[in-house]
Design a protein around this ligand. Structure first.
Ligand code: NDP
Length: 490
């Protein structure tokens, strides 16, 4: 049985309760993990709080040294962790390997930013005084992570938090705790002092909720659904806790009539069906110029038809199962809703048949056309392998429809015309616009949604700002008597 890690120790829930983790491809039991209660979470937060002062006093260079060592150790165990992730999450082994690789790169990226944690010297009006602006860590940070990318989304929270001198309590999704626990274990083995990096497992409504209300938690980094994110923000507001929210998305992709249609078709296929469509940055609405629509579809649809659905551990599988039965039902419901409103299914639209699919949550990669813009799969986030494709007259119509969404996470435009690309990049309301590029977030650049897709940024040097408080210090080189102190600013 896997255990939580609190204060550097592997522990069970005090009650002894456990949760089962099952393989979405086969429904087989993979392992069990502790089902923590609020008291277990309080202990983890208390331990992280106790470890904070000493860790904050450690130099950024020392912290970087430990993160580099952690990255090395995780790299040695990459294959083992990737297999574990495929078993609990369902994605293909290749996708899991990429994900663990990204986690490692993230540790290294923030370790490399250690020297940037410096402040500013501020000359003041009086010669005998000067100011310093320094960056102080925030305190205990909670990292609440979803199941779709359980490893990279944990890395993008813990790496900047730790390098900035904070301590962390991770709460993975209830269905994907195993690979996360193993990586936290390895990070602890790499030399993090006990209590600096902890992980607690259990239901969001109990474990997550305690992290939101616990007064010792100063910052909450959350990735998940917009509905949950709204709740996180509301509860955090009571104690004015710092929050970053990475929430749902409904990314539009625009294919213009001068685009490289083969490259666009390939990107639409990977962009929609990677991780069985369960990505915040997946292409979720595809807008194609009317005069190249048929030509584009003749290149795109065969690619989708070729995608081999299967168990993520089989080497010829290109797309695994959906993560849960509920997730598959949701996609089926969205496809049915679209069809009821007049949509036509061009590819897929049902579960695959055969013995090998009997016990998993499989669904065929699906493409639809004639989907009205008020269909559920357009208005809400379509978190699975179904893609509505729309004909558009021109760029104006494409951008108008692209912006007709409560979400604003990513977006892309495919064109050879730099003017069109620039116009789309400026007018589309989204945190990212890729020009002739797959929807992929880069460690080097800030990532975060507009509108209801989130608040604050992860990735890039910018993410560090969300894990520090800027503090002003005024130093008088000769002591200033109170009577002569200026009234200004009082
Ligand atoms: P959820 O919001 O259901 O869950 C996310 C995490 O929050 C889980 O660990 C969950 O725990 C926990 N949680 C649930 N309820 C509470 C609560 N009351 N208090 C505190 N924590 C709670 O999201 P999903 O797991 O379904 O993830 C999919 C969503 O994540 C999609 O909308 C997707 O777009 C979004 N996402 C956004 C990204 C971005 O960067 N913008 C990236 C990737 C995904 P438990 O599992 O125990 O319920």
């Amino acid at each position: 049985m896997a255990k939580m890690i609190i204060g550097g120790e592997a522990v069970d829930a005090r009650s002894g309760a456990v949760m089962e983790i099952r393989n979405p491809a086969t429904s087989e039991l993979v392992d069990t993990v502790p089902k923590a209660a609020a008291e277990d979470v309080r202990q983890a937060v208390e331990v992280a709080h106790q470890a904070f002062r000493k860790w904050a006093e450690t130099t950024p260079h020392k912290r970087a040294e430990i993160l580099y060592r952690a990255a090395e150790l995780c790299r040695e165990h990459l294959q083992e962790v990737a297999v574990l992730e495929t078993k609990e999450q369902g994605k293909t082994l290749r996708e899991s390997q990429l994900e663990v690789g990204r986690f490692i790169e993230n540790l290294e990226f923030y370790a490399g930013l250690a020297p940037t944690l410096r402040g500013e010297y501020v000359p003041l009006a009086e010669r005998e005084k000067y100011g310093l602006v320094v960056k102080r860590p925030v305190g205990v940070c909670a990292a609440i992570v979803p199941w779709n990318f359980p490893i990279t989304l944990m890395g993008s929270k813990i790496a900047p938090a730790l390098i900035a001198g904070n301590t962390v309590v991770v709460k993975p999704a209830s269905t994907t705790p195993l690979a996360a626990i193993r990586l936290i274990e390895l990070c602890n083995q790499a030399g993090l002092p006990p209590g600096v990096l902890n992980i607690v497992t259990g239901p969001g409504g109990v474990v997550g909720e305690e992290l939101l209300v616990n007064p010792l938690v100063r910052k909450i980094a959350f990735t998940g659904e917009t509905v949950t994110g709204r709740h996180v923000m509301e509860v955090a507001a009571r104690d004015i806790k710092r929050v970053t929210l990475e929430l749902g998305g409904s990314d539009p992709m625009i294919v213009c009539d001068d685009a490289d249609l083969d490259a666009a078709a390939s990107a639409a296929s990977v962009g929609r069906f990677f991780n069985c469509g369960q990505a915040c940055l997946a292409v979720k609405r595809l807008y194609v110029f009317d005069n190249v629509y048929d030509e584009f579809m003749s290149r795109f649809l065969p690619r989708v038809q070729r995608l081999k659905v299967g168990n993520g551990l089989d080497k010829d599988t290109r797309t695994g199962p959906l993560h849960t039965a509920k997730q598959r039902e949701e996609i089926e419901h969205m496809v049915e809703d679209a069809v009821r409103r007049g949509a036509r299914v061009l590819v897929g639209g049902k579960r695959p048949e055969g013995e090998e699919y009997a016990n998993g949550f499989f669904y065929l990669p699906t493409v639809l056309e004639n989907v009205p813009h008020d269909a559920l799969m357009v208005r809400e986030e379509c978190f699975g392998p179904a893609l509505p494709v729309f004909r558009v007259r021109d760029l104006d119509e494409a951008i108008e429809l692209a912006n007709d969404s409560k979400y604003g996470l990513g977006s892309s435009i495919w064109t050879r015309d730099i003017g069109k690309a620039r116009e789309a990049a400026e007018r589309i309301e989204a945190g990212y616009t890729w020009v002739n590029n797959l929807h992929i977030a880069y460690d080097e650049m800030p990532f975060g949604g507009f509108k209801q897709s989130g608040y604050g940024k992860e990735h890039g040097i910018e993410a560090l700002d969300y894990y520090v408080e800027k503090k002003s210090i005024v130093i008088a080189t000769t002591p200033v008597p109170a009577a002569s102190a200026p009234k200004k600013g009082e």
